[in-house]
Design a protein around this ligand. Sequence first.
Ligand SMILES: Nc1ncnc2c1ncn2[C@@H]1O[C@H](COP(=O)(O)OP(=O)(O)O)[C@@H](O)[C@H]1O
Ligand SMILES: [Mg+2]
Length: 324
Amino acid sequence: METNPAIGVDGLRQRYGDFEAVAGISFEVAAGELFALLGTNGAGKTTTLETLEGHRNVHGGTVRVLGHDPYAERRKVRPRMGIMLQDGGFFADLTVAETIEHWRGFTPSARDRDEAIAMAGLAEKAGVRVRQLSGGQKRRLDLALALLGRPEVLFLDEPTSGMDPEARRATWDIVEDVVADGTAVLLTTHYLEEAEHLADRLAILHRGRIETSGTVAEVVAGHGDRISFRLPERLQVAELPPLHGARADVRVEGGRAVASYTLPSGTPPSGSPPSGPAADAGLQAGLYELLRWADEEAVRLDGLRVRSASLEDVFLHTAEGAAR
Ligand SMILES: Nc1ncnc2c1ncn2[C@@H]1O[C@H](COP(=O)(O)OP(=O)(O)O)[C@@H](O)[C@H]1O
Ligand SMILES: [Mg+2]
């Protein structure tokens, strides 16, 4: 039994010459958990993954994979890791089945060939040469190879980049099964929807630092649910009511004035992170106040929109805030 986290990162620093690419980050990933690292290009995601994969030693801090230093003890840990290569470097003339067979040759306790092919959803392509696969199919073959040895820890660096939405969904299903089987997964992605769908917890990395981390609900809470509608022509901004303490902002969208409220999240029970129903309380109260006001004043709310804060709001806010 492993009592340590499957992946442990404590104060990790990495440099390229004078440039600090990772500036002291810490997180843990447990067995059966998926942790997503998000961040703009150059944030340090790949550098972090490569360090955990044992490709480079740390410049500061410590990293542990399955209780071992992945660089110094690479041979102990590597057989228990699955790594999805960015560019698989396949032999283009081998078929899908031959490629998997080839890799099985040097993977201890490898999955059965047909099981691996089916897992990747490539059963119909088993006899097709790798050069004839689409980009998304090649990525899924990459994933099948990473999973061939039933890894306890899986590293996925932008696994669905370049996939169409259907292939992306299929890949999510595979990854969810792997997590349910108890594998610890560390994933990087540019698709916030992917993180929202898959991640148990996540961190947003910016210039080598973790700006925010937690579950999706924790990260999103407090970033403002929004209510907006077109400003009725006969009204001045000052006549709009405050909603749950928030004042309206007016901006012009498509040639029309739009009133928009960003609501603070509701007060969570003390001691617990703001998330879930408590975080929605502000939105519900604000909406109620708005509808009652509109009814009393006989105001029609054209283009009324109610939107919960999303990971995208937080992501953009983090990137903008840090760019200032
Ligand atoms: N081999 C390298 N030599 C010098 N700088 C590098 C090297 N690899 C990455 N970097 C720099 O380190 C930073 C982090 O890169 P990377 O970890 O690839 O970020 P991400 O995967 O989040 O896009 C970037 O500014 C990148 O230009
Ligand atoms: Mg990268």
